[in-house]
Design a protein around this ligand. Structure first.
Ligand code: NAP
Length: 332
């Protein structure tokens, strides 16, 4: 297998611990930007295939799962696993396969010519191929309580956290497909789901609206916003304000789900690769982006599934596509 640099990617290996990255090494076969499930999985597959692989993880590695508690739906963990622990294990697994991981933030990229350049504040890295795995960030309402009660009743993923709220009252904020889908899903567990939407009509598709409007467990609060989240150790109350009458209502709840959309983390790439009108990476063929040699994996292009397992699967797919691309590239 070809290597971008004859020097070893690893200076030192502790007996059983992670490998210490050689920070002086800057040329790689594959540079992966982002360290969520898609980035780590791509790292495992690329390194295992013999490619000299770097993950630039950002300053807070692990992606959205580091903000969750228990993950019950990632296969292979009979009793569930804590989100941060899952990400640490993925990281170690990728390192064990030989991936160099540097916890630094990418500040710029240059995809105009090969090898592609990926820059941090202090270093310029080169890759024969790049995987963009920067994920997406759930939009926030901007309330202090979202920070205070993150992982303590405030959630951005019903599929992940819904089952923790059995027999409780829950608030869901938003009026799009995500909010309606999440509210409907949450009725499996909750006693009542309070759907809080800032307008008097939903943005969600008609069929999903119909289902929710006929669901007796969902109570709609139209023209309303959550203005405060209260609690002691965890969420206990949401204060709603009717935006037309200014009337305030306090609901006793066990959880609050914010489903007001996601922002893909693509700011860095917007002048270089094709993005859609919402900023998601456009895939041209499988995991290939609009530039040959630049691939994308996970929530940065996937606005529909957004699960850890699907992000990991996309990371695997991108690595397999890269293997084909680099093999052909080497033959040229
Ligand atoms: P979305 O369609 O952008 O809807 C966001 C919702 O949140 C809107 O109702 C919006 O209100 C509201 N909102 C935005 N900012 C807000 C704020 N600061 N405070 C309160 N409310 C706010 O996002 P999404 O529901 O996540 O869907 C994203 C895409 O994925 C869509 O294309 C959707 O069709 C797709 N999707 C599909 C499915 C499915 O087919 N099963 C499931 C989920 C998502 P306004 O309506 O007033 O703007």
């Amino acid at each position: 297998m070809m290597s971008a640099d004859s020097g070893s990617a690893v200076l030192e290996t502790k007996d059983d611990g992670p490998k210490i990255p050689d920070k002086k090494k800057t040329k790689f076969d594959v540079v992966i930007i982002g360290a969520g499930p898609s980035g780590y999985t791509a790292g495992i597959y690329c390194s295992r295939a013999g490619y000299d692989t770097l993950i630039l993880s950002g300053v807070l590695p692990g992606g959205q799962l580091v903000n969750t508690t228990e993950v019950e739906n990632y296969p292979g963990f009979e009793n569930g696993i804590m989100g941060p622990d899952l990400m640490i294990d993925m990281r170690k697994q990728s390192q064990r396969m030989g991936t160099t991981i540097i916890d630094d933030e990418v500040v710029d990229v240059d995809f105009r010519r090969k090898p592609f350049k990926v820059l941090t504040a202090s270093e310029e890295y080169e890759g024969r191929a790049v995987i963009i795995a920067t994920g997406a960030t759930p939009r926030k309402m901007g309330l202090e309580g979202e920070e205070t009660f993150g992982g303590k009743g405030v959630s951005y993923c019903a599929t992940c956290d819904g089952p923790f709220f059995r027999n409780q009252d829950i608030v869901v904020v938003g009026g799009g497909d995500s909010a309606i889908e999440e509210a409907t899903f949450l009725t499996k567990f909750a006693t009542t789901v309070h759907l809080v939407h800032r307008r008097d009509e939903l943005r969600a598709s008609k069929i999903m609206q119909e289902r929710a409007l006929h669901n007796e467990k969902i109570k709609f609060h139209w023209d309303s916003a959550v203005i405060d989240i209260k609690g002691d150790q965890k969420v206990q109350q949401a204060v709603l304000k009717n935006l037309k009458t200014n009337e305030e209502t306090t609901l006793d709840i066990g959880g609050l789900f914010v489903a007001i959309g996601h922002n893909p983390n693509t700011e860095l790439f917007k002048k270089q690769i094709e993005l859609d009108d919402k900023g998601y990476v456009v895939l041209k063929n499988k995991t290939h982006t609009s530039i040959e040699g630049i691939f994308a994996a996970g929530d940065v292009h996937d606005r529909e599934y957004r699960q850890a397992i699907t992000a990991a699967a996309f990371g695997c797919m991108a690595a397999i596509d890269i293997d084909k691309y680099l093999t052909e590239d080497a033959d040229k």
